[in-house]
Write a protein that binds this ligand. Structure first.
Ligand code: XMP
Ligand code: MG
Length: 176
């Protein structure tokens, strides 16, 4: 058990299970992108640990860049999505792989995809550590998914509860 602010979370997915699964995703990406040079777009803040573990297992020639956007307040999705901040790379003729921590309602990813497609990349795929299929409101095509999880709030491994918990090396879940 771990307490953050006013809430107590239970252990959910261990560091070993997360890192083994990320190695599997990396192997898939290595084989899918053999001979190509993808551009990874990491969605900050939540995806920073997932991204670093993923790309360490990807020996392809690639580029990694970072964007910020946020749609979340505390434990509920607001549905309000801000513009991409910080993308300076040209995406024309690039194979883009978006790296995200979690796809919950899908609203954030849907908005981000619209903005990225407008920049005319050659291809766009999504790698997300977590996906909550029961929460989805805007279905998006997720090529690489670490874990499908129930519709419960999780923290750790990059994900926060009101700013705290991102540094936890495993995932924790809020009991129902
Ligand atoms: P949507 O609903 O737009 O949400 O798919 C995506 C963003 O919301 C955050 N999010 C969470 N953050 N624990 C968190 O710490 C959760 O269980 C959770 N669910 C969604 C996350 O930032 C994601 O990018
Ligand atoms: Mg968050």
């Amino acid at each position: 058990m771990i307490t953050i602010h006013d809430k107590t979370f239970s252990p959910f997915i261990s560091r070993d299970d997360i890192e083994n699964r990320i190695a599997e995703l990396a192997a898939q990406i290595n084989s899918d992108y053999e001979g190509r040079s993808p551009l990874f777009i990491v969605v900050l803040n939540g995806a920073f640990l997932f991204a670093s573990e993923l790309v360490k297992n990807i020996p392809l020639s690639c580029e990694i860049t970072f964007v910020r956007l946020s749609s979340y307040t505390a434990t509920e999705s607001t549905g309000k999505v801000r513009q991409i901040i910080g993308l300076e790379e040209k995406l024309t003729n690039r194979d883009v792989i978006i790296i995200e921590d979690i796809v919950d309602t899908g609203l954030t990813m849907h908005q981000l995809l619209l903005q990225i497609h407008a920049l005319k990349p050659l291809s766009v795929e999504i790698a997300t550590l977590l996906h909550k299929p029961e929460a989805i409101k805007k279905p998006v095509d997720l090529r690489y998914v670490g874990f499908e999880i129930p519709n419960r709030f999780v923290v750790g491994y990059g994900l926060d509860y009101d700013g705290v918990g991102r540094n936890l090396n495993a995932l924790y879940v809020l009991p129902e």
